[in-house]
Design a protein around this ligand. Sequence first.
Ligand code: UD2
Length: 311
Amino acid sequence: IQNNNILITGGAGFIGSSLANKLLPNNKVTVIDDLSMGDFSNLNSSSNLIKIKGSVTDKDLLEKVFDENDFDYIFHLAAVASVADSVARPYETHQVNFDSTMAILEILRKNKKSIKRFIFSSSAAVYGDEPTLPKQEESIIRPLTPYAVDKFASERMVMVYNNLYKIPASATRFFNVYGPNQNPNSPYSGFISILVDRLKNQKPLTIFGDGEQARDFVYIDDVLQALLLIATSDQSLGQVYNVGTGIKTTLNDLIRFSQSNLGKVVDVKYAEPREGDIKLSISNIQKLKKIGYNPKYNLESGMKKYLDYEF
Ligand code: UD2
């Protein structure tokens, strides 16, 4: 993507800022972020960058931003990413995780904005605990939390606007993304960001459960590759894609890995599993591969790159 005008909501957060930094040298990038989890310091300084501190639930702000810009691409990454937070505050998180999507879609429809693509970030959460693995895009959908329902509803609404109103759109279902600038400071931050923080600060790590729960951990650079492919492919129009690696890793694997490959010992405490925690979440990525996706990182190379950056 070059010489385009791009909006990234949640652009100061982990995935959003990584995407913005990749696009900034050759594009104009507007970032909206409420800084609840993100930080503008994640963004490289550039004359191509416009930073807006504000919420995607603020319709007046959205109207103003769209009045002032003709965006080519919109990456809607702003969300309350904590599933537990959605359980504690279902109405508030619904406004961020669903209403904001509709608000942007409505502006695009009503103002007859001509865009190249709207990309919505959905989640593996939509599959819930239905045990069939690996997850395919057509697998059974069983959202179990307000977060998962909002992600699925947003995703579907995006497809409806694509089909009925010809707003060109695609969606991603992220599995467990990790890498530099993922904020470790919430208990519901990504496990790997917490692990790296504990390794750095020599503090104990708590594993909820026996550590045999497995995830599909995907390195941020591969996620950026996926986002750009999905945004620019003709085939991906009106489609939703799993974004992962297809590789299963348990939390215990991660602990063993950091000790044997990196020589870093972390003091691990085991505690009761978290309520509603999913045991296994692994993606099938054949659909994404059909549009050219080729993940470059396994756990070893991804963790090495992440730790080189951190230490
Ligand atoms: C991920 C996403 C979430 C949602 C969900 C869908 C992240 C950060 N979150 O949640 O937004 O899309 O997938 O299913 O990517 N754990 C510990 N100790 C800790 C922290 C976590 O044992 O200090 C465990 C946790 O109980 C879980 C595993 O580590 O079993 C992974 O937790 P996570 O928060 O990184 O990711 P997940 O899959 O719950």
